[in-house]
Design a protein around this ligand. Structure first.
Ligand code: SOE
Length: 392
């Protein structure tokens, strides 16, 4: 068994570059025979010191400060976009035109127009895509999908989802790119709310209309110099100039799905005490499912057909008998982490390249989620239900 080597060019050397680089190294170690051996050929960052450092730390063969070097390298087959959101579209369209497959961080773009352009460029040039909504790759979330598809909880009636963090709750948490609309598109909604939208769309079905409210609690924040993303861990001194925040700190919305199910999602980065609190609960005619990413080895399920004196939520620990179990750890509850979700994402992407199938979630899904986000923002402004537009 001699898997094909596929050369990668990765753009943006921050937190996500680390996660993706570990996934490239780890994927063949978990999933063997691997669909491909990723070769970390070039890493790009606008800041030369960061790029040089990242080459060493993340074990790339070369570095550059210009992403066109990746597009112009004929050996590179996969472009991995880990930059802030405002440059996803330009890079992805150039990569697609150069015939390169694309893995892009979430959310896909700043606007549905950009996302649509990315989706069409990939389709017209016949390249494969993936958008990095990694949490749906958690084995427990995949197990929830399996139960739902098997009818184990019957027809879905309703659902609720949350993504709560607290890293931006402090007013001195600086104004990084994640608080500037021109760079991020939206705040808590695009950054974390879209992860839950992706999971619930995957589990429950397409969203038809939404009714949303958003809030910006901290109206201005101290400026953070450079593009480094401190994720709130940096406290600036009192003399640092402040600038207005023009995105949401929090969003809450109700959803009606095409299949009649209805639900709600809330996302905030200002919930003191919450860290990566991604949860969902889904109620069906024959049972319920509950998941909390902070206990991500576990899926809680209740089946209505259980004897009434035994009925109640039980905890299933994911392991070898569950989705991706063949490649992961041999005993349930040894521990699934953020890294494993990224490794599974990487595995699914390279499997799609090997088989010629579409990866999931791909640019079509990323585009659909941009249309949902757009409807959410419009609804919050108009304070009324807004229909979600269809992918063109
Ligand atoms: C910050 O809120 C952040 O890094 C998100 O951007 C990621 O998508 C999430 O996985 C962790 O939190």
């Amino acid at each position: 068994m001699n898997p094909k080597k596929i050369h990668i060019g990765l753009i943006g050397a921050g937190f996500m570059a680390k996660a993706h680089s570990i996934a490239y190294a780890g994927m063949p170690m978990f999933f063997w025979p691997a669909p491909a051996i990723p070769v970390k050929k070039m890493i790009v960052d606008m800041n030369e010191d960061i790029a040089r450092d990242a080459k060493e730390k993340l074990a790339f063969e070369a570095y550059s400060t210009d992403w066109h070097d990746i597009i112009n390298d004929p050996e590179i087959e996969v472009v991995d976009i880990c930059t802030p959101n405002n440059v996803h579209a330009e890079i992805a369209v150039a990569a697609a035109k150069a015939g390169k497959h694309i893995l892009c961080e979430k959310p896909l773009a700043l606007t549905p127009e950009q996302a649509g352009e990315m989706y069409r460029a990939a389709r017209e040039n016949g390249v494969k895509t993936m958008v990095a909504f990694n949490y749906r790759k958690t084995p427990a979330v995949q197990l929830a999908k399996k139960y739902i598809d098997e009818g184990a909880i019957g027809d879905i009636l309703d659902f609720r989802g949350t993504y709560l963090q607290d890293w931006s709750a402090h007013p001195d948490s600086p104004l990084s790119w994640r608080f500037q609309k021109s760079i991020c598109g939206s705040g808590a909604l695009g950054d974390i709310g879209t992860h839950v939208v992706d999971m619930l769309r995957f589990l429950v079905g397409d969203f038809k209309r939404v009714n949303a409210r958003t809030a910006t609690y901290i109206k201005e924040r101290p400026l953070q110099s450079g593009m480094t993303d401190s994720l709130g861990n940096l406290r600036v001194d009192q003399d640092t100039p402040k600038k207005a925040v023009d995105v949401d700190d929090q969003c809450m919305f109700m959803i009606e799905c095409e299949n009649g199910a209805f639900g709600s999602i809330e996302a905030t980065r200002n919930a003191w005490g919450r860290n990566n609190y991604i949860t969902f609960e889904i109620h069906g005619t024959k049972g319920s499912i509950y998941f909390n990413y902070e206990r991500r080895d576990e899926l809680q399920v209740c089946f209505a057909d259980d004897a009434s004196n035994r009925r109640g939520f039980r905890t299933v620990y994911t392991g070898p008998n569950h989705p991706y179990g063949d490649g992961l750890w041999p005993i349930p509850a040894l521990g699934i982490g953020y890294t494993e979700t990224k490794i599974i994402e990487c595995y699914d992407f390279f499997r799609a390249l090997q088989d010629g199938t579409e990866a999931s979630p791909n640019f079509r899904d990323g585009y659909a989620i941009e249309l949902i986000s757009d409807a959410i923002l419009e609804s919050a402004e108009k304070r009324e239900w807004v229909e979600v537009k269809e992918v063109e």
